[in-house]
Ligand binder design. Structure first.
Ligand code: 8P2
Length: 444
């Protein structure tokens, strides 16, 4: 790549984390248990039996972390709010929970860093799960009450709100594939969960408008590009189905007010009638948002299984420590598709990054692969912008190494290395490189 690629004036450069992955303080100041506390303590669910009990101790070390963000030139910080801190039990609001986020947001403002709050990043209060979780339509009302509480307490100091992080993971990964909390394996339940999460999104957008706040609200979807392994019609259809599950199942309701017909036919056959979809639900889900958050990590390649359903094909090219193919051109393809087929709204890359087996050598962490990964993905984003794409910001996942869900602490996504034994933070070479990218508002 020759020459410098400069981003538009005002382009927002930041990093992202999530409450259960970084905060620790799992029982502090009235926090109640979440489904991830339960899941992580269930033998065999998380590698090495790791939990988020301590994590990066961000709950106590946020002043140091925010100072480091400032030193690294970060302009924005996307964090999530832990619902079980705010409503630890049914019907009981915990002001101490909100107070932590007020302290965090105030510290961010003091350092000139824009707070971006994700309302839900997977840590459902266990008391709601005990009532059926997201599969129970009542969860929608609980979510709106929680969101309204946040808008009341933080609405005037948080300018960007994200209702949900990755509804696909909340529904299919957690209730069909069983890999995330609560670890269920039931397609019909996953479809109900997806619907109620989307409905809670729409209801919350409505509540935000009614609150008369001056910020902006959107949703973050994990999206990908699905390629067929061959031009064989069976493989092409398998790719279409995989795209329907990964992308269109969420994009269509939000931007078109309907579920994709081809997938409704398949899922009705596999999981029964959609009697959990009420008459005006889709009109609520499609409430206009101000921006779309896109989490992109990799593309997928699929072939048709014997049943015609998509089966993953192992990556042929370079992969990260997660085994995910490094495929920056698919970020450009994804963004271009979103603009062509769904929306001209502002887009933010709310997560993009890579795990690599980082090591501390003489007090330093050299991570050239991560620098190359980020550079190539920034270049793909820049190409989209150059062609008129409305991309307004980029949040690298993650600010620091953290609890990587079922992988525990075995995968390091951070720009900043965390020594979990001492809680020492060490900016990796990629953090210093990113600092220079932000300062130049571009890449060389
Ligand atoms: N795996 N992985 C890394 C990263 C995960 O740590 C985030 O919590 C999710 O939002 C999204 O899956 C992406």
């Amino acid at each position: 790549m020759n020459g410098e690629l400069r981003f538009p004036e005002g382009f927002l450069w930041g990093t992202a984390t999530a409450a259960y992955q970084v905060e620790g303080a799992a029982q502090e100041d009235g926090r109640g248990p979440s489904i991830w506390d339960t899941f992580a303590k269930t033998p065999g669910k998380v590698l090495n039996g790791d939990t988020g009990d301590v994590a990066c101790d961000h709950y106590h070390r946020y002043p140091e972390d925010v100072r480091l963000m400032k030193e690294l030139g970060m302009q924005a910080y996307r964090f999530s709010i832990a619902w079980p801190r705010i409503f630890p039990e049914k019907g009981r609001y915990n002001p101490k929970g909100t107070d932590f986020y007020k302290r965090l947001v105030d510290t961010l403002h003091q350092h000139g860093i824009l707070p971006v709050a994700t309302i839900y990043h997977w840590d459902l209060p266990q008391w709601i799960q005990d009532e059926g979780g997201w599969a129970n339509r009542r969860s929608v009302d609980y979510f709106v009450e929680y969101a309204n509480t946040l808008f009341r307490e933080l609405g005037d100091v948080v300018p960007l709100w994200i209702t949900h992080n990755e509804p696909w993971c909340v529904s299919f990964l957690s209730h069909w594939l069983g890999q995330h909390a609560p670890g269920h394996r039931d397609l019909r339940e996953a479809l109900q969960v997806a619907h109620h999460v989307l409905l809670s999104h729409g209801r919350t957008v409505q509540a935000y408008r009614e609150a008369g706040l001056s910020g902006r609200i959107g949703i973050t979807l994990n999206l990908t590009v699905v390629d067929a392994a061959s031009e064989d019609p069976a493989d092409l259809r398998a790719a279409q189905i995989s795209d329907g599950n990964a992308n269109r199942w969420f994009l269509d309701p939000i931007f078109r007010g309907s579920y994709p017909a081809d997938m409704v036919e398949i899922y009705t056959e596999q999981a029964g009638p959609f009697d959990f979809v009420h008459a005006d639900d889709l009109d609520i889900i499609r409430r206009p948002i101000d921006f779309l958050g896109v989490n992109y990590y990799t593309r997928s390649v699929v072939r048709a299984g014997e049943d015609g359903m998509p089966k993953p094909v192992p990556p042929a090219g370079p992969v990260t420590d997660m085994g995910w193919e490094v495929h920056p051109e698919s970020l450009y393809r994804l963004l271009t598709r979103l603009r062509r087929e769904y929306t001209g709204l502002p887009l933010y890359i709310t997560e993009n990054g890579a795990a690599y087996p980082d090591r501390v050598v003489d007090g330093r962490v050299d991570d050239p692969e991560r620098i190359a990964y980020l550079r190539d993905h920034f270049a793909a984003a820049h190409r989209f912008i150059q062609e008129g794409g409305n991309l307004q910001g980029y949040f690298v996942w993650s600010f620091m190494d953290n609890f990587e869900w079922a992988f525990g602490y075995s995968k390091r996504f951070g720009l900043v290395y965390v020594d979990y034994a001492t809680q020492t933070r060490i900016p990796k070479a990629s953090a210093l490189w990113y600092r220079d990218v932000i300062a130049a508002n571009g890449i060389r």
